[in-house]
Design a protein around this ligand. Sequence first.
Ligand SMILES: Cc1cc2nc3c(=O)[nH]c(=O)nc-3n(C[C@H](O)[C@H](O)[C@H](O)COP(=O)(O)OP(=O)(O)OC[C@H]3O[C@@H](n4cnc5c(N)ncnc54)[C@H](O)[C@@H]3O)c2cc1C
Length: 322
Amino acid sequence: MEKNIIVYIETVDNSPVNVSLEALTLAKKISKENNKQVIAVLIGENLDGVTKKCFEYGADEVLYLEESRKELEAVGNALIGAKEKYNPSVIFLGSTINGKDLANIVASEMKTPAFIDVVALKYENNKYLMTLPMYGGNILKEVTFEGDKTLVIAVRSGVCKKEVFEGNSGEVKKEKATEKNLFTKIVDIVQEISESVNLEEAEVIVAGGRGMGSKENFELVKQLAEVCGGVVGATRPATEDEWIPRSHQVGQSGKIVAPKLYIACGISGATQHVSGIMGSNYIVAINKDEDAPIFDIADVGIVGNVMDIIPLMIEEIKKIKS
Ligand SMILES: Cc1cc2nc3c(=O)[nH]c(=O)nc-3n(C[C@H](O)[C@H](O)[C@H](O)COP(=O)(O)OP(=O)(O)OC[C@H]3O[C@@H](n4cnc5c(N)ncnc54)[C@H](O)[C@@H]3O)c2cc1C
């Protein structure tokens, strides 16, 4: 059996985050072809309920390290403990805000590079080939790493579609995380009051671009999202013009999404936007320019003015629902 693959399963409110399950599926696919073992690592408290999900999405074994401290330093220390136990070829994490920090903590402790924001990954000839945004996201470059060190790779959501492996099961090892004095201390956790938007987990996204024309018109995107039971996305120009907060931006320098349905309204289809939506199952595009590049990747294209089409769609969906 070749070296193991460790996947750190980040949890929020005792549930695994989507990108961790995507990383698990990715690891399982690599392991099946290369005779590796996938170890899902859970760190925290009250996570027994998560172990089942780990097996469903591809873990061969679950290492549950009990750690009551929430500091990333404590989580990182536990993850390093897991690394020492299994000597993996790679540690996968989700490229979330915490995941990125954790990847850097772990990699610096292990004196190995951390690859962050990986948007695509292949395993060929015993090497991990990773596609990464570089130069402030202006280019995407495929990189690899020569050597025998354990790699630390934080993958962006959409890197792999999560998949259930029916009947997959394994052993759960529950242990206490090794004690270590921490330099950091969380004194208080404050509930975030600013608007938060979970585009990465959304099944339906209705996104608007510069073609919406104004902040007032952008309300139509929100209304369509509401009747579809979806979440609002946007292109960079729409967020730069403050039609919608930056947290809604989809694309290379925004969020990478993988919904079942993505409706693009007044969006040209620039590479930097499209690279963030390629994981979508079904793309509907509305644009007045029949040559807009977005139509090259859309499953359904509607040539027309968003100000005419969106109200019609809202009306029809309401009729179907009533
Ligand atoms: C480093 C870098 C990172 C970037 N990251 C991102 C990113 O993460 N996300 C992102 O989105 N962009 C990003 N960009 C910007 C990106 O290059 C494009 O400029 C942007 O995606 C274009 O947004 P848009 O489609 O809304 O606008 P435009 O390209 O201006 O397109 C507007 C479209 O609306 C159509 N239209 C106009 N009026 C109507 C109407 N009434 N009805 C129907 N259609 C209409 C037009 O035909 C046109 O196709 C990045 C750029 C750089 C350099």
